[in-house]
Design a protein around this ligand. Sequence first.
Ligand SMILES: [Zn+2]
Length: 492
Amino acid sequence: MDFCLGVLIVTTDPTLATDPLGDSLFGEYARMLLVGTAGCSAIASAVRVGLDPIAAILVLGNILVLASLVTSQLAGIFRCMLLIGFALALSWATIRSSGEDVWWSPVVFFSPAVLLASLLLLAARDFVTEQRRRSDSHHPACLRSYRVWGFAIGAGVLLIYMVIVPSVDSFLEQFRERPSSYTSEELTALEQLRIRTAKFAVFAVFAYFGACVGSFLNVVAASAPRGESITLRSSSCPQCQTPIWRIDNLPIVSYLNLGGRCRSCGVGIPIRYLTVEIVAMTIFAALFLYELVTGAANIPGFTHYPYAGILWIILYTKWPVIGIYFYHCALLSCLLMLALMEADRLRCPRWLAATLMAAFLLIAIASPTILPVSLVDHLPLRLPEVIPPWGQRLMTSIAGAAMGWLVSTAAPQARMRNRQWTSSTPLAAILIGIALGWQATLTIGMLWLLAATILKSIGGPRLRPRWLTPTMLLFAVTMLHHPVWKWLAQHW
Ligand SMILES: [Zn+2]
């Protein structure tokens, strides 16, 4: 739900400085609530369109509420008339339909009465705004294009996934000799829409959680090496010292919403914050797609389940897969954080390094399934039976850590620039070793050196930016290795 609200703030418009729904924190939250409810209600009504004519009216009304919250492109008075006109049409259609409880119909979030109230509220807002509107806009034009693009891309992806794909699928179904699966045989396009909406919501929750992790990584990478507190710190603008509102602290969304500028003083926020949040979101989203919902299909030596998919892995929770997913997401997030510190020429503090190693090691020892590749895989050896399973896992992790340290001695060869800082690489490689085992660490190490050699031979200074440190390259190679881990392990 937070995600839905978060996405929709992108679409709300802070440029209306005199907007009664925008110039206070309460107003912002009221608008978020209204947008979120209208959005959910529009989707819920859309699912019912085939069953219920009044649902079609509700869809249109909700879309109109959304549109008027979303954009200020329409002239205020015109939009005001449109809202009032639609409110009248809604009343007329509702009164004409025979059901007595239609006004408070419980089947959708927005009953017609609430929708009518929203329409009138927005019309009143437009009227007030138009009265108080100042013509000067102090936001540069690029802000608007950021937001418009973000909204357009998001809407396009949703449209393709939820409407176009199932429509094409059910259209092609009639040409197939046998139904491809039980779902396309029995489900109508509307039911598919509903299922896809639910699936997308689950995916979005995981992906946005990744963006929140990325936001935290930004703070840790900048604060921990300087000895500043990580948690007990209220965020404020470094330029004007104004405390940052909670609504401006949402990962990715707030950056786009503010167009990369401080709300109070307008100073630019470095694009790096946005980039890190997007990369962290990519980690969680990519692993969700190829590791979590496939039932860890990319992991060698993992006992697979007969069923996979969001329903079978997440809703009928398979804890081993979920554990592996979060363990690997945590590993990749830590690598990203170390790479950020290295790019800033900061050293990871000892307490943080020790905590990370201890945490990854303890989890690897405690969980029986999180280290699927044991010490002796790929070797003509057998561990003696007297060693208990946790002892074998400890040996596996220690061997991985040793291999990681060995790999990290090649860091000088992986430098992209002369005398580049390489302080994070040993810790990053050791963490990879602890979490993935020595075999994968060796593969990653070889690919890492190969990638460094190729980049150095083809790259001019443009291809070797300052942030492309050895640890950043190691992170990138680990990301690329992860989906093909099982395939590579078979060819070992
Ligand atoms: Zn500021």
